[in-house]
Ligand binder design. Structure first.
Ligand code: GDP
Ligand code: MN
Length: 400
């Protein structure tokens, strides 16, 4: 689960990681109040107004702006709140901005130069260890650094049994070329950041940039925090940080029905029980010349209710030209699924896309008979090959 920058920073702060301080605002008036309070608390004269959306690259897209006085805070907040922000991570349709983070300006002049670094922590599945990835090339697209100058990206693997060791945090600070106060600050920064990552059961932290200020403080200017969904039951407070505004509405609806749904761009909707069968079904759709419109796993205990919820979600996707239901009746009997499909079809009414139902397993023949005798525009299939052929026929207009 992704969360906003301002929420990620709050978590970091709780763990003693120094951050660029800020206050979130939903209106330009709130933004001005926030700026006044920040000036009192931090002494900052200038402020940065930062769009809060679940995507990076906001700076380049015009979603991060520097305000040199309160009038500019108001003007820039007016511009940014409500804007449709397009970045390389949002896709061409962009994302609507509902909130801004009014933050202290941390790029102020001082005795030494400011420097931007890149630090992320993630799980490396190949080695089964957390890894700290870091680079002196912070602030810019890390993907570009990885492509053109991969030698500028360092990796520090953390042994899960002993955790992050002091020498490892010092190695990071050393490779950044830091010394004196900034070196000590970086060691503390990395140590606290790692603790926050482990304690919150996160799957990724990306802090880009980590800033060395002109007076040698080390702080997080940005925070991309990805929490592991499977561990959220252990962190009720973190689960509450979810912002469904940022998610695909169909995926949110599916989640409410405990369905595993991922929207895709194709024209054949599918509803399957079991992730492996869902993957195989998507392959079959492709082989038949179609493109899957979604991944949908209704789970082992599919009943009339779940089938109906799945149907409704698939039908809300205007690209869907046919639906393939592929259910293996192991725990659930095929005749019950068939009745569920017929019932759901009648409840929804007005379905004008052809539906192919392939039932296999307990009472498969009976299930097929129920479908065939329903009098609805639903085609049954027992063998997978038969289902594939029917998808092909439907797509090419032979039936339907
Ligand atoms: P992103 O573009 O979505 O990754 O958003 P960031 O939070 O990383 O901000 C983008 C850029 O805005 C940073 O790389 C900085 O160059 C700039 N920026 C962020 N905070 C400040 C600030 O306090 N002062 C100034 N002058 N620039 C800032
Ligand atoms: Mn950033």
């Amino acid at each position: 689960m992704n969360i906003h920058e301002y929420q990620g920073k709050e978590i970091l702060k709780r763990y003693g990681v120094r951050i660029q301080e800020g206050i979130v605002a939903e209106t330009p008036e709130q933004a001005v109040e926030a700026a006044k309070r920040l000036t009192e608390e931090t002494g900052t004269g200038w402020h940065v107004i930062k769009a809060q959306i679940h995507a990076g690259g906001r700076g380049k897209g015009g979603g991060v702006k520097l305000a040199k006085n309160l009038e500019q805070v108001k003007e820039l907040s007016e511009q940014i709140i409500g804007m449709n922000l397009v970045t390389h991570q949002t896709g061409p349709e962009g994302k609507n901005v509902h909130k801004v983070l009014v933050a202290q300006d941390v790029y102020y002049p001082g005795p030494s130069e400011t420097k931007e670094f890149y630090v992320s922590i993630l799980l490396d599945r190949a080695t089964g260890q957390n890894v700290i990835m870091y680079s002196t090339e912070g602030g810019m697209d890390i993907e570009e650094v990885a492509e053109h100058t991969p030698d500028k990206i360092f990796k520090e693997y953390i042994n899960p049994t002993v955790g992050l060791q002091g020498f490892q945090a010092r190695k990071v600070a050393f490779n950044f070329g830091l010394e004196g106060e900034a070196f000590k600050e970086m060691v503390k920064f990395i140590t606290s950041l790692y603790k926050a990552y482990v304690d919150t059961d996160s799957s990724m932290f990306e802090i880009n940039p980590v800033l060395k200020t002109s007076d040698n403080k080390i702080l997080a200017v940005d925070a991309k925090v990805d929490l592991d969904d499977n561990a959220l039951f252990r962190h009720k407070d973190l689960a509450d940080l979810r912002d469904t505004n940022e998610e695909d509405p169909l995926e949110v609806e599916a989640g409410e029905h405990n369905l595993n749904y991922v929207k895709l761009d194709g024209n054949v909707g599918c509803m399957v029980n079991g992730a492996g069968l869902a993957m195989a079904t998507m392959d079959i759709i492709k082989l038949s010349g179609g493109e899957p419109a979604n991944f949908l796993d209704v789970g082992g205990g599919a009943n009339a209710k779940t089938v109906e919820a799945g149907f409704r979600i698939i039908l809300k996707d205007p690209n869907v030209k046919a639906i393939l239901i592929n259910i293996f009746g192991g725990i659930v009997r095929c005749d019950r699924v068939a009745n569920g499909v017929v019932e759901a079809y009648k409840n929804i009414g007005n379905i004008d896309v052809p539906i192919i139902v392939r039932l296999q397993g307990t009472n498969a023949e009976e299930g097929a008979r129920i479908i065939d005798e329903s009098g609805l525009k639903v085609y049954s299939a027992v063998a997978l090959k038969e289902a594939a052929q029917k998808v092909k026929d439907v797509i090419s207009g032979v039936i339907a």
